[in-house]
Design a protein around this ligand. Structure first.
Ligand code: THU
Length: 175
């Protein structure tokens, strides 16, 4: 039997090359546009806003991190009465991904936010601390992380977190 897959489905449905081999089926890979792939990962970020715990800000953020091996990990902001203990959706997703992804690494992250009963009209951008974490991951894995920002009325693609935080902190020696 045949399974029709495409560039984005391996991550979404866990159809990694290894799992494909184990399933012992033949796969027909159908090319999809970059736009379609971005729509899929942004959809996962939008869906992740549902798991946000944000009783203090009422601002629900969702993030979806796509790994080089096609797996996708999602996260949402998690708040606490001790406000400084709140964690952003981006870091929840990125750190969870790195803690659970074996030897793979993040290649892209999509971010969406939901407020007052709808997704925000404008994009939201990752905060400085999340950019700092993104930049360290880019360096650690020698790979830029593409950032897909979703808003109902505008979307934006950023090629690297360095474009958002050009003078990120470094321990003494600047690279
Ligand atoms: N937040 C994120 O999750 N990501 C961002 O990029 C900025 C802000 C969260 C933190 C807090 O729970 C709420 O949004 C309001 O600041």
């Amino acid at each position: 039997s045949f399974v029709v897959a495409n560039a984005a489905t391996p991550g979404v449905f866990g159809l990694t090359p290894n799992i494909r081999q184990q399933l012992d089926k033949q796969y027909i890979d159908v090319a999809i546009s970059e736009e379609h792939a971005i729509a899929m990962i942004s959809g996962l970020a939008k869906n992740a806003t549902k798991t946000s715990y944000s009783p203090y800000s009422n601002f629900k953020v969702g993030a979806a991190v796509r790994m080089a091996n096609g797996k996708v990990f999602t996260g949402s902001n998690q708040e606490n009465a001790a406000y400084s203990a709140c964690l952003c959706a981006e870091r929840v997703a990125l750190l969870y991904a790195c803690a659970n992804a074996g030897d793979s690494y993040p290649v892209s992250i999509a971010i969406a936010a939901y407020q007052n009963g709808d997704f925000t009209k404008n994009i939201i951008t990752p905060c400085g601390e999340c950019c700092q974490v993104l930049i360290e991951m880019e360096k650690r894995f020698s790979h830029n992380i593409t950032i897909y920002l979703y808003g109902k009325n505008e979307t934006k693609i950023i090629k690297s977190a360095k474009d958002l935080l050009p003078l990120a902190f470094e321990l003494g020696v600047r690279s």
